[in-house]
Structure formats: C-alpha cells, structure tokens
Design a protein around this ligand. Structure first.
Ligand SMILES: [Zn+2]
Length: 118
C-alpha cells in the first residue's frame, strides 16, 4: 500500500516538469560535483537533518549550504509536502557572487526584485 502510494507520488512528481527543485535525502553531504541540478538535498538523519544543499538556481554553479540547526545563524527550515515539493523559510540571499535572492516555495523558485544587487 505504502509502496503503491509512493509510486503514484513519484509518477506525479515526474508529471510536474515545471518544478525547479525536488527533494532528496542523504546521510552525508554530497560532494559539490555530485550535487544534481534541480535537487534539494536534505542532509543528515531524517528525524534531525542538519543541512539543506542546493545548486544556486541562477545556474552560476555555486552549491548553497543552508543550516537547519537551531544552534546556528542564519537558520532555515524546510518543509516538504506530500508531493515531495520543498519550501524554504526564510528566503535565500547570497551576499557575494551572483547575489541571488529568492524564495523556494513548493518546489518553485520565486525571485526577489533585488536579486543581483548588492
Ligand atoms: Zn547564482
């Protein structure tokens, strides 16, 4: 039953090519060259994950590392809905490089107006 539901969910996700990010899980931090485009990787124990890592959605190739640990600042929270679509809170802002500023909601990137500006 669970397997059947999972299969249905995976088919549903594949039917949504417009998603910018899909959720993956990893126990250990993936090497930056192995970070797949369009994957949001939740790193650590599933019950207490420590990090989220994604490739910067502007395609500059920079891996972004976001801490989920309450002991660190800044700190993000990630929510994954039934369809595996990830949402991040708060927004992600790069203070160097491409200076991207975006929200990730339900697997979709929403760019902020000040993206690319110092
Ligand atoms: Zn970028």
């Amino acid at each position: 039953m669970i397997g059947h539901m999972l299969g249905a969910a995976l088919r549903w996700i594949k039917m949504q090519p417009q998603l910018d990010f899909r959720t993956c899980h990893a126990i250990d931090m993936p090497p930056r060259e192995d970070l797949p485009n369009g994957a949001l990787v939740i790193v650590g124990d599933r019950r207490a994950p420590k990090w989220v890592t994604i490739q910067c959605p502007c395609h500059c190739g920079t891996p972004l590392l976001l801490s989920l640990s309450k002991a660190r600042r800044p700190q993000w929270s990630v929510r994954v809905d039934w369809w595996g679509r990830p949402s991040l809170e708060p927004s992600v802002r790069r203070t160097d490089g491409c200076r991207c500023h975006f929200w990730l909601r339900k697997g979709k990137v929403q760019w902020c107006a000040d993206t690319g500006q110092p």
